[in-house]
Write a protein that binds this ligand. Structure first.
Ligand SMILES: Cc1cc2nc3c(=O)[nH]c(=O)nc-3n(C[C@H](O)[C@H](O)[C@H](O)COP(=O)(O)OP(=O)(O)OC[C@H]3O[C@@H](n4cnc5c(N)ncnc54)[C@H](O)[C@@H]3O)c2cc1C
Length: 449
């Protein structure tokens, strides 16, 4: 028997479970496939993720994370506690998100996606699960994380992370990041979960395989002179976990009927602490893509392909260059091979594109959970482009730009939304009548539409 469904989701990690939940809430029939083989582990969860979970009513998932804790950083010769992070028990977090998908009406199968038997843009996919079941779907969300198969990979220097739970109890709750000649160390102290240590080294900096090799490599790392014997007596409770952790652009182009999300699209270096945010935000942006493709088979695929490419490729390069800049801060260690490789990849371009000229551009954006083409305003402060200001499409505000051929003064009694939009335009030096002569001279708008 073949199960027929609107959307199949392969993978029930944060990206897959969240996509499945949002698609089910949008009224589609959804089947989420995941083998349920997780090992307890800790990760850091940033405030943007917490805010997104609250906004989406996912309090139960957020309850898998601690309150914000201090994050001590020993990097580039400095000791600081500038930012905080929450500690999240990933197995509990993922389970809560999967439950939310179920509650929203998604079906689930405890299985692996075995093979994609058929994949045609106009006809959808036919899948074979590890249980033998066959599933036909109009679209497949690929959320299998780094295990997603892709022939299109682009990689930076590859990193191996080795992590485990220490035998000794946790100290004061918080996290600690430290740069060392062989790579970097992340220690998370969670009084209820324990003391979690994770080292990040070059992917080829491990000889042998299996637990003995991992334990040996962890001990050698922790015995580095710089760590001053702080971890030399440490032993670990469970087998250590080794995971690939480098930045990978897995799928730069959308090849329908498959839509990759999360790590299956771009897998992010854990140093950024951005992985969970990307998993959830890419899941969120897959929803308008799916709805637009299914409702508008003529134009939807092309809009989705442009929308996907802009987001995924931009995210990869921004993450690559931001990571490089962070590694570059550690000038004392650049003579070591781990650091030497990372400070010169991918290039010397700035992490955020330099916008010297304010201009309008035609882009694919989300409107009422569907993809549409709109003008966006690109400014030095908003290099990613702004499509709406206070809910008003930027294109509708063009008559108020000083360079507009038919420039108008703002109305005497603007609506509250228009008033807020004018405030924003003014902050960008773009409001008719509010610019000084010099500003007007310097501020040009270029319409690329
Ligand atoms: C060592 C390390 C530390 C990290 N630390 C942080 C951190 O502190 N903060 C942060 O924000 N991010 C961190 N990240 C990144 C974060 O873990 C990932 O970005 C996030 O898990 C991606 O979510 P995902 O759903 O895309 O993929 P995953 O979480 O990998 O989920 C993929 C799911 O697919 C399932 N699956 C695999 N194959 C199949 C198949 N054939 N069929 C069906 N299902 C399948 C798996 O069982 C899994 O449930 C870290 C990453 C690493 C490697």
């Amino acid at each position: 028997m073949v199960t027929c469904i609107d959307v199949a989701v392969a993978g029930g990690g944060p990206a897959g479970a969240f996509t499945a939940r949002e698609l089910a809430r949008a009224g589609l029939s959804v089947l989420m496939i995941d083998p349920a083989t997780w090992r307890p582990r800790l990760e850091g969860l940033g405030e943007r993720v917490a805010q997104l979970l609250i906004a989406k009513g996912l309090d139960e998932a957020l309850a898998a994370a601690s309150a914000p804790l201090p994050r001590h950083v020993t990097w580039a010769g400095l000791n600081s506690t500038a930012n905080g992070e929450r500690l999240v028990r990933r197995h509990v977090f993922d389970e809560a998100l999967r439950r939310a998908a179920l509650e929203a009406g998604a079906q689930t199968r405890q299985a692996r996606l075995g093979r994609i038997l058929k994949s045609e843009e106009n006809e959808g996919v036919l899948l074979k699960l590890s249980t033998g079941e066959e599933v036909r779907a109009r679209l497949l969300i690929d959320a299998r994380g780094r295990q997603a198969g892709s022939a299109q990979r682009l990689k930076g220097p590859q990193t191996l992370a080795i992590a485990g739970l220490a035998q000794e109890p946790a100290g004061v709750a918080g996290t600690h990041v430290e740069a060392t000649p062989e790579g970097w160390l992340w220690v998370a102290e969670d009084p209820d979960f324990g003391r979690w240590l994770q080292i990040s080294i070059g992917a080829d900096d491990l000889s042998g395989s299996g637990q003995v090799a991992l334990q040996g490599r962890m001990s050698r790392f922790l015995a580095q002179e710089q760590l001053a014997g702080r971890f030399s007596d440490l032993s670990f409770q469970d087998p250590l976990i080794a995971r690939a952790a480098g930045l990978v652009l897995s799928a730069p182009r959308l090849q329908l009927p498959v839509i990759p999300v999360g790590d299956a699209a771009v897998a992010i270096d854990p140093l950024s602490g951005h992985g969970l945010f990307w998993a959830l935000s890419s899941a969120l942006s897959a929803v308008p893509s799916v709805l637009t493709i299914l409702e508008n088979p003529e134009k939807g695929p092309q809009l989705a392909a442009r929308f996907y490419r802009d987001r995924v490729v931009e995210t990869f390069w921004r993450q690559a260059r931001t990571g490089r800049d962070f590694y570059r801060l550690e000038t004392r260690l650049s003579g070591n091979s781990f650091w030497g490789e990372r400070v010169c990849w991918p290039d010397d371009a700035p992490s955020h594109p330099d916008v010297s000229e304010i201009h309008l551009q035609q882009r694919v954006v989300v409107d009422s959970n569907r993809l549409v083409e709109r003008e966006v305003l690109v400014t030095p402060q908003d290099p990613g482009g702004v499509a709406y200001v206070a809910g008003i499409p930027v294109g509708d505000l063009k008559p108020f730009f000083p360079s507009s051929a038919r420039a108008q003064p703002p109305p005497c009694t603007p609506s509250p939304a228009l008033k807020a939009a004018f405030g924003w335009l003014e902050s960008r030096g773009l409001l008719h009548g509010s610019l000084s002569r010099t500003q007007q001279h310097q501020t040009k708008t270029r319409e690329t539409a």
